[in-house]
Write a protein that binds this ligand. Structure first.
Ligand code: PMP
Length: 462
């Protein structure tokens, strides 16, 4: 019999498990997906939102008619907006500029107020999402800052609900639990329950974007949203969320963006499960884990949210091609042959000197290069998100010749606008379209990272 609830809040949690019978075909260990996208707000974060609001009401931090303020990649905000609608709170949500536009639209549909702010900034920057939202919470009378990153009621929701559900649904047969780490609430609370109830036999694996610091990356940007830890090179003091216990995962699987995104698309096409990009990361990790296991093992992987929030991103062929994640081009043939002929990428540190930049540009195709945020090492290449402008050999030579710049001057004033970007799977015609009248070349992306520059002359005039 189908349940009858007195309000939507009573329907939070209690999600089913689905066996991944097709993606897991041929594996000895069964892989079951915990379908958090079936929740009322379409994500795992409904659980944390309800838990945090109930704790704040209990502790007198949130009073009738009060305002809930939160910084989020979207889903916690959606959970809070639903609770706010039910219980009469004003909800103000700061959403990072990397989050899909669908999530902001959903928030507004529930009547929440949305503040968009950048996150690819040093943590200390006053314009960073967290600082914008913290200030708002201080300024608004009666406001309560939910602060999911440090709120113990966030992991507690999973200790009380997600963990027990998984144990009960698998009749205690679960041996491996796989989940991404955003605030860390999900993995921390669920791991604590499963390890305790199993006498320590359940192994917990964090599914992390390859360059995220949680799993050992350098913190450079990645495209999968809502999980992992990005670290801006100019951040002075990094901080870990208090909701995350670093001993919760026994190990990490580090998953490149391409594998995450393609796995999210396979989930839809091969399993009929329309989930978001962090579900792709988690399933890619779970499949890797399951390949090493036997028939007595059972893997549960948590799918945090619905793919309906990403129809304009991972589930859009055009978006996938635009960032270089899909190479098949419709008809016209992609840019791969031109890119292969263009020579290796030359990127110039945006904070270097004019003289250094001029030296670096000697080997740059067409004498142009992207100017990028500096990093000490680049094990994962140059992310499209780190490109801040462009440099041209011609511009530097002219400035040095007429004396408007000296070799030791900072490059800053001579930076041009960022080159338009095209994915490697786009056509030469699309690249020419992106060039417009003014740009000297395009930056070609492969897997969301800068792979080379195609100067205007190399694109023909078609
Ligand atoms: N995936 C998605 C889509 C999310 O919104 C979140 C929450 N940031 C996570 C994964 C990570 O969950 P948690 O914050 O509990 O670590």
């Amino acid at each position: 019999m189908t349940a009858v609830h007195e309000s939507v809040l009573d329907a939070i949690g209690g999600t089913p498990l689905f066996r991944l019978s097709r993606l897991g075909a041929g594996l000895a260990a069964p892989v079951y997906a915990k379908a958090e996208f079936l929740g009322i707000g379409g994500s795992v974060k409904d659980r944390a939102a309800l838990s945090m609001v109930l704790a704040a009401e209990r502790d007198g931090l949130l009073k009738p008619g009060g305002t809930i303020v939160e910084a989020t990649s979207g889903n916690t905000g959606i959970g809070l907006a639903i609770i706010g609608a039910q219980r009469g709170y004003r909800v103000i949500v700061g959403v990072g500029d990397k989050a899909s536009p669908e999530k902001s639209d959903i928030l507004r549909a529930y009547g929440a107020e949305v503040v968009l702010a950048p996150t690819v900034l040093p943590l200390e920057d006053p314009a960073h999402l967290f600082n914008v939202i913290r200030r708002l919470a201080e300024e608004i009378p009666g406001a309560w800052f939910a602060n999911q990153y440090d709120n113990p009621a966030n992991p507690d929701a999973h200790l009380r609900t997600t963990g027990p559900e998984i144990w009960e649904q698998t009749a205690g047969r679960v041996t491996h639990f796989v989940a991404g780490v955003g605030t860390g609430g999900t993995i921390t609370g669920t791991a604590e329950y499963l390890k305790e109830v199993s006498g320590g036999t359940v192994t917990v694996i964090g599914a992390d974007p390859e360059s995220s610091t949680y799993g050992g990356g350098d913190g450079s940007p990645y495209f999968v949203e809502s999980i992992g830890h990005f670290l801006h090179p100019a951040t002075v003091e990094d901080r870990q969320p208090e909701a995350y216990r670093t001993d919760a995962p026994d190990a990490f699987e580090r998953v490149p963006d391409r594998e995450s995104l393609l796995t999210a698309r396979r989930l839809a096409r091969e399993e009929g499960i329309l989930a978001g990009p962090s579900s792709g990361t988690a399933v890619a990790a779970a499949l890797r884990v399951a390949r090493r296991l036997g028939p007595d093992d059972l893997v549960v992987v948590l799918l945090p949210d619905s793919g309906r929030s990403y129809l304009s991103k991972v589930h859009s062929d055009a978006w996938m091609r635009q960032w270089g994640f899909l190479e098949e081009s419709e008809g016209a043939g992609g840019l791969r042959p031109l890119l292969d002929g263009a020579g290796p990428l030359v990127a110039v540190d945006a904070y270097t000197t004019v003289g250094e930049a001029a030296r670096a540009l000697r080997g740059a195709p067409g004498g142009i290069a992207p100017a990028v945020q500096p990093r000490t090492a680049r094990p994962y290449g140059v992310s499209a998100m780190e490109v801040v402008g462009s440099v041209s050999r011609e511009v530097l030579a002219a400035a040095l010749a007429d004396g408007t710049a000296e070799p030791d001057d900072p490059l800053g004033a001579l930076l041009g606008p960022a080159l338009p970007t095209v994915g490697v799977g786009q056509s030469a015609e699309e690249a020419r379209g992106a060039l417009g009248a003014g740009h000297p070349g395009v930056l070609v992306l492969v897997d969301g990272r800068a792979a080379g520059v195609l100067p205007r002359s190399s694109l023909g005039d078609g």
